[in-house]
Design a protein around this ligand. Structure first.
Ligand SMILES: Nc1ncnc2c1ncn2[C@@H]1O[C@H](COP(=O)(O)OP(=O)(O)OP(=O)(O)O)[C@@H](O)[C@H]1O
Ligand SMILES: [Mg+2]
Length: 455
């Protein structure tokens, strides 16, 4: 559908001319010749822009401008004035008109005014859409406990600062989530948020990822590549697990922070960058400095602002709140916890923090058949049937560790026994045969691991 354009002018011949002009540009113009006609047109869809003559016979076009602005505050309205009545045009602009143009005007000039008005409008719409997407994707920091309230205040307080932030806290406590929130609440929100996991890559790869490389820097570097600091231009770079960054890379990072410049691997020219740096660690950086694994100067550069994500067991009744939140999000609002399951959630210590809780709820949803979740698999690995996926599943697809850490042999044994049992409707003689155990050993292990059939 061609975007509609509203033309309001009592001069019918000028309307005709403008209609031809807009049609040629690919718009769908429609004209009105007086206030009443214009108001009638306003029952239709919102135009892309409007052209309004300020003197409509005996009536004032300002009435039309006012109504248009009330109905569609973002509509660009260009007012047309007769020669020598600029004050009226100024009044219209004060009412919210986008621009004015004096009659008689050259078509070329009109073309420019229209182009500018439309471009502004399109840009505004785009921005609104983006904001809406951000709002919808908007991550949430769930929790009502005192430490979480404090965390929220701290995020608000430091979001608008440009300083480097060091986020500390145990694994799974929401460090990355906090980093995202800081970005989203900052002036950089509409620019990229780039995450780099410093422990996942080799030294060379990490440097090439961060700083980019020039063609020929390695045998595999067939073309120039921008680093993430360049990709994140105007936005935020989140350096996760900064404590694992190799010492050589630390030196380069320090230079980036001090000089706001990067040099591509294999290159000589430096380019200036505009990023805010957030870093997270679950190791104690002070200790790492003491042991010579982390540069002291870099530590001081990163530690300008500090934020701590508390462990889940420090968060009062938040585990229940979070569990309900995850259940609502992943269980599509159809499932609920039994009082027993809630008690279990409240009593458990959650060594793997929010991530463990999230995984436990996800698994409970997957394993529960009815609407009520009676019980959560907590203190050890929970099996995932081969082929099934679960966010907690490890590569072998058979099991996942409960706390997001590597499973112990006991975890694996427990998970495997549980899985075989559940595959065979808890028929212990069959399970014992498959497991290669005699039945009394199986009973002992069931007892040892506290295995129960889930309903
Ligand atoms: N307060 C919270 N409200 C809602 N979701 C949360 C909250 N805290 C953490 N989460 C969720 O828990 C999961 C783990 O959080 P996140 O990845 O941010 O932790 P982390 O501290 O970076 O962990 P790690 O050190 O293991 O990388 C994510 O899915 C995150 O969205
Ligand atoms: Mg993380």
């Amino acid at each position: 559908m061609k975007p509609p354009v509203l033309i309001v002018d009592d001069e019918v011949s000028l309307c005709g001319l403008l209609e031809v002009f807009f049609e040629k540009k690919g718009y769908a113009p429609f004209s009105a010749h007086d206030v009443r006609g214009a108001l009638a047109r306003m029952e239709g869809p919102e135009p892309l822009m409007a052209m309004v003559d300020l003197s409509l016979g005996g009536e004032s076009g300002l009435t039309v401008v006012k109504s248009l602005m009330e109905k569609w505050p973002r509509l660009p309205v260009v007012v047309m004035t007769a020669y020598g009545t600029v004050e009226k045009a100024v009044e219209a602009v004060k009412l919210g008109a986008y621009d004015f143009i004096s009659k008689p005007f050259e078509m070329v000039f009109l073309g420019k005014v229209v182009e500018k008005a439309v471009a502004t409008r399109v840009l505004e719409d785009e921005n609104r859409e983006l904001k809406e997407i951000i709002r919808r994707q908007g991550v949430e920091l769930v929790g009502q406990s005192e430490p979480v309230r404090h965390l929220r205040e701290r995020i608000e307080a430091i979001a608008s600062s440009e300083s480097t932030v060091l986020i500390t806290g145990e694994s799974g406590t929401g460090k990355e989530l906090v980093a995202k929130l800081i970005h989203q609440k900052s002036l950089r929100a509409h620019k990229p948020f780039v995450v780099v996991n410093c422990s996942a890559l080799s030294e060379n790869l990490l440097e090439s990822e961060l700083f980019g490389h020039e063609k020929g820097a390695y045998t595999s570097a067939h073309a120039d590549k921008d680093g993430l600091f360049a990709v994140a231009h105007g936005g935020t770079v989140f350096l996760d697990e900064i404590g694992e960054m190799p010492l050589r890379t630390q030196v380069k990072l320090l230079r980036v922070i001090q000089e706001r410049e990067i040099t591509k691997v294999g290159g000589t020219a430096s380019e200036s960058i505009n990023v805010r740096i957030l870093a997270a660690t679950n190791v104690n950086l002070e200790d790492a400095v003491g042991q010579g694994r982390f540069r002291e100067d870099l530590y001081y550069r990163l530690n300008v602002l500090r934020i701590y994500t508390p462990a889940l067991h420090e968060r009062g009744d938040d585990p229940a709140l979070l569990a309900t939140h995850f259940l609502g999000r992943k269980g599509h609002g159809r499932k609920r916890f039994s009082p027993g399951a809630l008690a279990q959630i409240r009593e458990y210590a959650w060594p793997g923090n929010v991530r463990q809780l999230e995984n436990a709820v996800e698994r409970a949803i997957a394993f529960s058949t009815g609407e009520v979740i009676e019980y959560l698999e907590l203190d050890a690995a929970t099996p995932v049937a081969p082929g099934e996926t679960s966010s907690g599943a490890s590569e072998n697809g058979v099991m996942a560790s409960a706390n997001g850490l590597d499973p112990t042999l006991n975890d694996i044994e427990r998970a495997y026994i549980f899985w075989v049992l559940s595959q065979h409707h808890w028929h212990k003689p069959t399970a014992a045969k498959i497991l290669g155990l005699d039945i009394s050993t199986l009973y002992r292990k069931i007892e040892k691991y506290g295995l129960k059939a889930q309903t």
